[in-house]
Design a protein around this ligand. Sequence first.
Ligand SMILES: Cc1ncc(COP(=O)(O)O)c(C=O)c1O
Length: 419
Amino acid sequence: MTATTQPSTIDGLAIRKDFPIFQQAPTEGRLPLVFLDSAASSQRPAVVIDAVSDFYARTNANIHRGVYQLSEQATLRYEEARHIAAQFINAANPRECIFVRNTTEAINLVASSWGRTNLNPGDRILLSVMEHHSNIVPWQMIAEERGATIDYIPLTGDQRLDLEAFDALLKNEPKLVAVTHVSNATGTINPIAEIVRKAHAAGALVLVDAAQSVPHMPVDVQALDVDFMAFSGHKMLGPMGSGILYGKREILEAMPPYMGGGSMIRKVTLEKTTFADLPARFEAGTPAVADQIGLGAAMQYLSGMGMENVRQHEIELLDYALEQLPGVPGLTAFGPEDVNERAGVISFTLGDIHAHDVSSILDSENIAVRAGHHCAQPLMHDLGVTATTRASFYVYNTKDDVDRLIAGLHKANKIFGLS
Ligand SMILES: Cc1ncc(COP(=O)(O)O)c(C=O)c1O
């Protein structure tokens, strides 16, 4: 369970100074906030909040339409954010980065546009049992519409993808493999490069749900050779309503628009419409300009820290937490033991105490964690539970936060008479 690279230079406590939410005094009688729910939505540093507010204060105008200076400035800032995003994931061309509201929208875009054009009755799609509902439901909807079939890669006992089963399922010749890079419910990191290599050899395209990876580790779309990748800004210090669908240019160019309307056309007559080139073709209507600019600021902030460093910081917290968890009576943690195969997510049950009760007791100590099925009901079914409690780490977390979590869990046990 040891880290593989240099120690992280990130000091979670020092970083908190950049985040207004951590500067608030706790409400009376409450301890200082320990925020362990970044896998759901992270906090935002002042540079991101300022970038959004600065857009509205100084360059607010609709983009791509006005031939006046303010609109040109707004357009410039929006397109700058796209360049930053392309650099952040090493896309070959910024046009391959489509701005969307979130991961869910990105996957729905691909399922609707690519799926409606390419899936025919009898075709197969390959997903996995550990997917977030966002990477299951859109495929079920389009599969039903097109008469396609979905197969699911099963999991091993420690919640990794069963790669032998994956090899066998590829023999069904799926047209698309859609898998998560990192499970939001167990933290498992999937071997995407290997999955892509094998899927391509079997003739399938690959969509990667990177909602839990791009915020936490270096991700290079060209090195991984993924065909599509989806992620949300709000999980990576950016605004809610910001996000990216990455797609290889030639694949996106061959896809029909997802939504029709303003901004995505070349020419409209009463009889017929021709469509704009990438990326406008997939960005109908007025986009979330300020939010995407905020996402650019978040990416610059993370790049300033270095994504290797961010990953290493989380490995150190994970290592520290995993050493202590066995000391909590009744605790069962899910996911691989090796920190090199998991992200900063710890999902667990505590005896037969319901996850909501665990979460409420932790909240009484001002520790914010997630409780529930984490939008991964098939995975919960596979684990044989209805819900887990989930603690997730980010750049502003510290070993003290882990200590507070452990103490909170002992308190929960005490309240329920388990220790
Ligand atoms: C792995 C994964 N995929 C998809 C999503 C959906 O993200 P959003 O709600 O931002 O669309 C989440 C959110 O928790 C997630 O963790």
